[in-house]
Design a protein around this ligand. Structure first.
Ligand code: NAP
Length: 547
């Protein structure tokens, strides 16, 4: 390839210079694949990773019960047939250790580790206009320079502790689920508290209840949950899955969330009550997100249709939980089924029938303080050996806020996004040349690997285009960014989930200034997102300036 500008060619030795064509932050699902693609382009690339191994989310979230709730065989990388043929999933919804093993296998197979520096926490990234390079600073003082900065820092990676008085005073063991120790944590026979009942809390509670002497769950907002129905994958079944990979991947490309589950074309309001009930029963008995993404087409956009499925699941909760008062506490009242991320569970509701489990509704009896010995609510004091915080994340933009990112004129990204993120296709930000985001805000939320692969491919094509032109400065125009934001905002109109507080609408009571909803994600579904991105490519990136 002839280029007007000399790019550094990979010589396989990433330690020889602190100057790179591209630096990727994060060695999780998206960062690993992005590195693979950068090498394919022949660029000299480095990945900076805070953890000591690859895996990102699947490295940090080691809490008891952590597992996929997307089908394992759809969450796999699809770029290498050899990889698809080699890897064997043992369960339809793999555990965290299995997923972490998979990502390590990928890193080994493609020899990715030689361009990854572990224990490297990026604290600042500044665009230097004179050199047209990013200067990247690590917490230990190391400094790197790169023409392109690619963030692959995840959408759920900046964990948040609750803002409750005395959090730091507890003298027993305390863990946030996303900062779980690598050493085994023994909960057997102990007095354990779990705060939080999102997808993570639900998975943790199910496991902790099996061994804890006493488990007390502090719930603020109940979530609608549905059965996961996980099973083992036999060798024969794995062979069949391998043979069907092209079909499975093609199917994922067609559905809004990139799952195998896509909406049923019928309206919940048009069918007879018998047909509706039978369909809901079928979905409730099937594995995975079918009941969420494969339900009647209107349950997520029409409140009357939504009330029907909410009522169905409420009945299921009442059937499964023996104490009607406890069942009632577990039934959400302020949002409909599927309007927040649906936790999938395995005998979660039955946990509350166990004598060693208590559910505390913190709306009835608010937590007043965490003390050295436990938790004090308005109803009294509970003593604990272990407190588990399953209190979630400063989602989507939180990981960006942890890095002092500055673009043209020293303007900080935090300031640029003060009232919510602004992006072009979720990949670029005006005023931040040569910064590309893989799985940034407005880039779609669903089956993470499917979206991440698409994202990294798109970014790589953009880089190929830029490099072929010898461009050393790539920046989206304000107009293109504004147009995309308008489209993202429009695509969310009418979706019930956008009228509900959750991480998907950017609300987090544990982060200052995050009580109002924001446009955080593209709600138009993957096929529409892909179409927009491909149109931009076909259009020779008309909204982007190459210099
Ligand atoms: P989350 O859904 O944001 O849940 C956080 C929980 O903590 C909520 O129940 C929240 O209550 C509660 N909470 C926060 N601060 C609190 C406070 N001060 N007092 C009392 N309760 C408090 O976070 P998450 O469960 O970690 O899940 C985040 C996302 O990660 C999921 O939605 C999913 O996308 C992903 N995830 C995926 C998997 C998987 O694929 N297998 C597993 C786990 C998680 P409120 O609702 O009242 O705010």
């Amino acid at each position: 390839m002839t280029t007007a500008v000399q790019f550094l060619k990979s010589d396989g030795d990433s330690s020889s210079t602190a100057d790179y064509d591209a630096i990727v932050i994060g060695a999780g699902v998206s960062g690993l694949y992005q590195l693979y693609k950068l090498r394919e382009l022949g660029l000299k690339a480095l990945v900076l990773e805070k953890g000591s191994r690859v895996g990102g989310t699947w490295y940090w979230n080691r809490y008891p019960g952590a597992r996929f709730d997307s089908e394992s065989w759809t969450y796999i990388y699809s770029f290498s047939k050899e990889l698809l043929d080699e890897w064997k999933w043992t369960e339809h919804f793999a555990t965290q250790p299995e997923t972490e093993r998979y990502l390590n296998y990928v890193a080994d197979k493609f020899d990715l580790r030689r361009d990854i520096q572990f224990g490297s926490e990026v604290i600042a990234a500044h665009y230097i206009e004179e050199t047209r390079k990013w200067e990247i600073l690590l917490s230990d003082g190391r400094k790197y320079h790169a023409t392109f900065l690619i963030t692959a820092i995840g959408i759920l990676s900046a964990s948040t502790l609750p803002r409750i008085k005395g959090v730091e005073t507890f003298a027993g063991e305390a863990y946030h689920t996303a900062q779980w120790p690598h050493e085994p944590v023994n909960l057997a026979g102990k007095r354990v508290a779990v705060i939080g009942t999102g997808s993570t809390g639900v998975q943790t509670i199910q496991e902790a209840a099996k061994v804890a002497g006493q488990l007390t769950v502090f719930q603020r907002t109940p979530n609608w949950c549905a059965p996961l129905h996980n099973t083992k994958i036999t060798d024969e079944e794995m062979e069949q899955i391998r043979a069907r990979y092209p079909e499975i991947m093609a199917r994922c490309q067609e559905t809004p969330g990139c799952f195998v589950h896509g909406p049923d074309p019928r309206s919940a309001l048009e069918v007879t009550p018998e047909v509706r009930e039978a369909f809901f029963e079928k979905l409730y008995s099937e594995p995975g997100f079918g009941i969420w993404y494969g339900n009647f087409r209107d349950i997520l956009v029409d409140s009357d249709a939504n009330a029907l499925i909410s009522d169905f699941v409420a009945r299921k909760i009442r059937e499964r939980v023996k104490d009607p008062k406890v069942a009632d506490r577990l039934i959400p009242k302020n949002h409909g089924f599927g309007t927040r991320r649906l936790p999938l569970e395995t005998r979660y509701y039955e946990v509350y029938n166990q004598p060693n489990v208590e559910l505390v509704d913190v709306n009835e009896t608010p937590i007043q303080e965490i003390t050295p010995t436990g938790i004090r609510t308005s109803a009294g004091e509970y003593e604990f050996d272990v407190i588990i915080y399953a209190t979630g994340f400063n989602a989507i933009t939180g990981a960006f806020e942890q890095i002092d990112i500055r673009g043209v004129g020293g303007r900080s990204l935090k300031d640029a996004w003060a009232s919510g993120p602004q992006t072009y296709l979720g990949f670029l930000v005006a005023g931040f040349p040569n910064m590309m985001m893989v799985m940034g805000p407005h880039g779609g939320v669903g089956n993470f690997t499917r979206f991440a692969e698409f994202n990294a491919n798109w970014v790589s094509e953009l880089l190929r285009f830029a490099v072929a032109r010898g461009a050393t400065r790539v920046e989206v125009t304000q107009e293109a960014e504004k147009r995309w934001f308008g489209h993202v905002a429009d695509s969310g109109i009418g979706l019930l989930s956008n009228s509900v507080d959750s991480w998907m609408t950017g609300v987090n009571s544990n982060v200052e200034g995050r009580s109002a909803r924001r446009v955080m994600r593209y709600s138009g579904g993957f096929p529409a997102f892909r179409e927009y991105c491909e149109a931009a490519t076909r259009d020779n990136y008309a909204g982007i300036k190459f210099e």
